[in-house]
Ligand binder design. Structure first.
Ligand code: ZN
Length: 300
């Protein structure tokens, strides 16, 4: 009896010790995965990031907050409701009540509804918006708010570069040089932005799908990070596009158990086949990417 007890204790201690070591290995591997890109690119720690992109967790929709050098802030879309306000409070100081640029990729509710309250509560200096005809009450209210806000309204057709400097923001599409037959599909009219420094780049695609990808792929060249188009729908992120832009990391912005079946398994399969590491706001919450001028780190 006594001997049995001793054997039981030995087994229990062995189990506890082995689970601790497993936990330790798990943590080290996670840390390794999180920092390997940057470690492989540089040797010394340069401290705080030069610029950051936060793909905010706003459920099914898009809202992406960008912090650029010179304290320039940009919000690309605002999600389907006011969730964006609490998410902004996580990445902005409470006394900061202004945003330099708002970009409205296209007029669908899951991209614009939250922007109505953002315009109410923040001083918005510039708005990049395409002149799209789209019949919806929120879109009408949003346009009225922009007008009463007195923001500078910029048409994407008129510019190639929204912000220039150490970190640039290029308007890839729409552009007079790129012709896509969008019909009445406003997704395919989504504003596409490329943000980049001398080393790294991220592509924000709104809800653009295959037709746009086909036209812009060769213009863009290699990127590091892809904000996947249309919440990971099967009608975008084609093999041809992945082959042309070859991202290392993909971020999908979407809500848990959404009604659209996003992300589509075929999209995830294509990303996996190309060896792209995928981050998802439905699983990880807000996904933040910090750029250091010589590499980047992705964190959930
Ligand atoms: Zn959408």
């Amino acid at each position: 009896m006594k001997q049995h007890k001793i054997i039981l204790w030995v087994i229990m201690i062995a189990l506890v010790l082995s689970s601790f070591s497993l936990l330790y290995v798990g943590v080290s591997e996670y840390q390794l995965a999180r920092t390997h890109r940057r470690a492989s690119l540089q040797s010394e720690d340069s401290g705080s990031p030069v610029w950051s992109v936060h793909v905010l967790d706003v459920g099914q929709g898009d809202a992406i907050f960008v912090e650029l050098p010179g304290d320039i802030q940009m919000l690309v879309d605002g999600g389907v409701d006011d969730t964006v306000l609490s998410r902004l409070s996580e990445v902005m100081f409470p006394w900061d009540r202004s945003i330099d640029y708002i970009v409205i990729t296209h007029p669908h509710a899951d991209h614009i509804n939250g922007l109505i309250e953002v315009l109410e509560r923040y001083d918005v200096k510039n708005v990049l918006i395409d002149n799209v005809v789209y019949d919806s009450v929120p879109y009408e209210i949003l346009r009225e708010r922009i007008a009463s806000e007195g923001s500078v309204v910029i048409d994407p057709d008129d510019i190639d570069t929204l912000i220039s400097g150490e970190v640039a923001v290029d308007v890839i599409y729409p552009s007079p040089e790129i012709v896509v037959d969008v019909g009445d599909d406003v997704n395919e009219g989504s504003i596409v932005l490329k943000i980049y420094d001398g080393t790294n780049s991220i592509l924000l695609t709104g809800d653009a799908g295959n037709d746009v990808e086909e036209q812009i792929g060769s213009v863009i060249g290699d990127i590091d990070i892809l904000k996947v188009g249309h919440h990971g729908s099967t009608y975008g992120t084609s093999r041809a596009f992945l082959d042309k832009v070859s991202p290392e990391v993909a971020v999908i912005s979407l809500g848990e158990d959404n009604d659209y079946g996003h992300p589509h398994t075929s999209t995830l399969k294509r990303l996996a086949d190309f060896g792209v590491e995928v981050f998802r706001t439905d699983l990880q919450g807000t996904v933040s990417i910090d750029f250091f001028g010589d590499g980047y780190e992705v964190g959930g």
